[in-house]
Write a protein that binds this ligand. Structure first.
Ligand code: ADP
Ligand code: MG
Length: 393
């Protein structure tokens, strides 16, 4: 890995422009979940302890290049101060003046960078203005790294640059899972639809040794195999694509694991009457809402053979009990193997994170990414501009 970390940089007396993700949920004028703020604390503390002056640059909402007062980052300031245990300055307009006024030990937060039309256009002039504020650039916002914006990409080319602590942790975890993983590698791809995960499936069958396809998207594969999935969520128009993916897996030597038994119900509702049937015998008028015990045993077997697991997407409609069983059972098996030192387990995706929290395995997994879009693009094998720019600098 050719990017630098805070350990490689001389920060004494330097202004460190630090890209963070504090796009946090706010209710009634208060931050309601400060997870993202907690994640950047080690980076800010380390910059301070090396004698640097952190200047935080971030976006908040989608103001689309205009000043939208309700989207001011000032709302995050009390939560930032609480997390850091110290006061944080706020620069609404004249960034240069505010930076010049900083004393050693100060932390400064800049106003929402998306108030500037140049941010999302990656305007070189805005990138230069940002670079002119500082001596060093530190990117700690992996979740914004899939966008080539002035504060995530452009400025990285103009200053000595490094990854912050949470970016570093994310990149190391991702590299351990797909960059240079211990083999065999098993991937789990679940969730609702094949159509949203085509790039993901195509990339993974070239990279991994075993691919578990679960959730609603498995129905499309079962149907493509000629099975009757009755009322289940299914993209019948993608049968050809599903067959292509299975054929390609045959040539790359990737073993595909599809549900052999499924939990069916007549309605998509919590506690709906349900029964487990073979995937070849789905009764008419029912829909598949989860994988069965047999399938979970086959998935657990795959986890036991593997040394690395990469997971995106639940195995069933986990929001409505009891259709969370397969997801929870498989997650707990992965957690056990990880705790025993037999498996490196990395997972990510909006609903996946909720499902794994529901299974109480978040602590045991090697790494759970909350980065959303950036995590998925990385899992699809795409180059993330914000990360690439760190490599180049
Ligand atoms: P992520 O956000 O982790 O990338 P997705 O958004 O792709 O995951 O998928 C999550 C959704 O898939 C959940 O809302 C879940 O209810 C749904 N889902 C999973 N299995 C089924 C199924 N068999 N039928 C209908 N919906 C399903
Ligand atoms: Mg989702």
């Amino acid at each position: 890995m050719s990017w630098k970390t805070l350990d490689d940089m001389d920060l004494d007396g330097k202004i460190v422009l630090t890209r963070v993700d504090i796009n946090v949920p706010v209710h009634d004028g208060k931050v309601s979940d400060d997870t993202r703020i907690q994640r950047i604390v080690p980076t800010i503390r380390d910059i301070l302890s090396k004698g640097g002056k952190p200047v935080l640059v971030a976006h908040f909402g989608r103001p689309k290049g205009k000043v939208v007062p309700e989207m001011s980052l000032e709302v995050t300031r009390p939560a930032l101060e609480a997390a850091l245990g110290k006061s944080v300055g706020f620069a609404r307009e004249d960034f240069k003046q505010a930076v010049d006024a900083m004393a050693s030990g100060d932390v400064l937060l800049l106003e929402n960078i998306r108030f500037f039309p140049g941010e999302e256009k990656n305007d070189p002039a805005l990138a230069q203005d940002l670079a002119d504020l500082a001596d060093v650039y530190c990117n700690d916002a992996f979740s914004a790294a899939h966008r080539a914006h002035a504060s995530t990409e452009g400025v990285a080319h103009l200053l000595p640059s490094c990854a912050g602590r949470s970016m570093e942790a994310e990149l190391r975890a991702l590299d351990a899972a797909l960059g240079d993983p211990a083999r065999p590698v098993v991937a789990v791809v679940g969730g609702a639809k094949v159509s949203t995960k085509l790039d993901l499936l195509s990339h993974l069958i070239e990279k991994v040794d075993m691919l578990v396809i679960g959730g609603g998207m498995a129905n499309t594969f079962l149907a493509a195999d000629g099975l009757d999935v009755a009322k289940s969520l299914c993209e019948h128009d993608l049968a050809g694509t599903a067959r292509e993916i299975m054929a390609k897996a045959g040539t790359t030597g990737c073993e595909i694991i599809l549900p052999s038994d499924v939990v069916v119900a007549e309605e998509f509702a919590a506690g709906a009457d349900h029964t487990t049937v073979a995937a070849t015998a789905v009764p008419s008028g029912t829909m598949i809402l989860d994988a069965g015990a047999d399938t979970v045993a086959r998935i657990t077997d795959a986890f036991e053979k593997a040394r690395t697991l990469i997971w995106n997407g639940p195995l069933g409609a986990f929001e409505i009990p009891p259709f969370d069983h397969a997801t929870v059972a498989a997650a707990q098996a992965a957690a056990r193997l990880t705790e025993a030192g037999k498996l490196v387990s990395v997972a990510g995706g909006g609903d996946t994170v909720s499902a794994l929290n529901q299974a109480h395995v978040a602590e045991q997994f090697t790494y759970i990414s909350t980065a959303g879009g950036a995590f998925l693009e990385w899992m699809e094998g795409k180059t993330l501009p914000g990360v690439a720019a760190l490599h180049a600098s």
